[in-house]
Design a protein around this ligand. Sequence first.
Ligand code: G
Ligand code: MN
Length: 269
Amino acid sequence: MPIPAQIHERRRRIDRRRSEPHPVSEDLAEALNDDALHILFQPQFASSDNALAGAEALARWDHPQHGLLAGDSLVAIAQSGGITRRLARHIARAALETATGWPETLRLSLNVTAMDLFDRTFGEDLMAMLAETGFPAERLTLEITEQALVADLDRSAERLRALADHGIRIALDDFGAGFCNFRYLKVLPLDALKLDRSMIDGVASDARDLAVLRGIVAMASALDIAVIAEGVETRAQRDVVTAEGCAVWQGYLGGKPMSARRLVALAES
Ligand code: G
Ligand code: MN
């Protein structure tokens, strides 16, 4: 008697499960349950007096086999397991809870991906998390990557405008690294442009790099958009970006991503 198709299929599935390696996304789901992700904070400084102005939340996951995972790799793993929404909520909530205890002078920046922005409930959930944690919307900045916007610019603009209406600031992240569509500047409710570190690298040593920086700052200023310099590693770079009108700077010169405890100690020093 032939094996019924249903049983055959079930056997095939069980065999496949046995031979496949344990997917890393399942480990990530478990890590989220166990609250095993580390949220680090990289300090941002006001150019006017080099005082600490806030921090960008950056998630790190120490996987026993794969080592330290962060940023795009973390998002890619979440995507493969269909848990991007869970990951985004987890990071946002953890960062907001932590930042609630900070001095009122400090702002918090959260990174937002394309998946977050096109998730219908993202804005609603974010507002709920702000209400639950008590972190003021006015002290929150969302850093949106250019890639996140390409898919549907009009819808992105609409979503971001709803958040901006609540007092949340919107920054365009990694500016200069990707497509650099200038239409974004026209259409989106932007408060800041965050220059990718590849745009900062040569500003103290290369006249052309400096010229590009000056052009961007002039354009942003005409649009009433602030400029944030990312990846500042030397005093020479910091002196140039502060002199040229970047309102805020961030980078290893001021501090690597650090624990919340160290950030608060930095604020108090
Ligand atoms: O694009 P985004 O702002 O999300 O990138 C932040 C990442 O850049 C972090 O992983 C951080 O460790 C890294 N980073 C931050 N500051 C510097 C810097 O001054 N130099 C270099 N090379 N990398 C940096
Ligand atoms: Mn960022």
